[in-house]
Ligand binder design. Sequence first.
Ligand code: NAD
Length: 269
Amino acid sequence: MQNSRPLANQTAIVTGASSGIGKACAIALGAAGANVVLDFVGDAAGAEEAAAQIRLAGRQAITVLCDVSQEDQVVAMFQKTVATFGTVDILINNAGLQKDSPFVDMTVAQWDLVLNVNLKGQFLCAREAIREFIRRGSRPDVSVALGKIICMSSVHEIIPWAGHANYAASKGGVDLLMKSIAQEHGHLKIRVNSIAPGAIKTPINHDAWATPTAEQNLLKLIPYKRIGVPEDIGKLAVFLCSDDSDYIHGETIFIDGGMALYPGFEDNG
Ligand code: NAD
């Protein structure tokens, strides 16, 4: 019989957990038995709402204000997590944003903001997580792995994206950051993987699906003809954090309804 609480007695930090994919991952991890630390920057109410749902499901949850691009705030978030729950078992490196611009008009501020949150933020959080996994040592009664990290990437780690060079560069960076961390720490039984979503209905891409015309245009890029929902990602995150996926390491799992399948060729080119 399948274990309905595969993450029992584990603690997860989810960054950018006040909306969209992060919020759904936090709720899904809580339902799978984990205690959850919900990081947010702007929207405390969204994080609190998800935390309340997790508590209703019988697990513990706290919200923490932390800008993942700031080293001191990331260190403080991990310290608070360890002080509250004893350790960290899972990191969902999810926080991210877009600052779109034609390339020739892109400002250094737009470039830096996206790279600082999407790439440096993942470095800072992963580093603190690995330091804590090593400090705490193995807990074979809880998980085969010493710890698990999921990096939220995007189909744009492989699909170039005109008008979004900063975002695509950040996600391309996440790919080799994830793989390098996985290669370096696999021998410690620290498992590191990426999730690469296609189009998921969240605030980050609201304009791309909010009107029927926009939705129809977006569906042209999706062979499976459905726009994803955050819960699709939550289910995958639970699997990738559980021992059921123990031999998956250093991989990017695309979850995109086929968006990466060159959809321009679906009608015979
Ligand atoms: P979203 O805007 O709902 O979520 C992003 C979250 O990150 C927000 O809660 C935001 O407050 C938080 N955040 C932004 N800057 C932060 C910072 N400095 N520190 C901490 N948190 C910060 O959008 P989403 O779609 O849920 O995005 C989540 C992740 O999924 C992002 O990394 C995004 O690039 C990725 N992604 C989304 C899609 C999609 O179609 N929605 C596709 C591919 C990848």
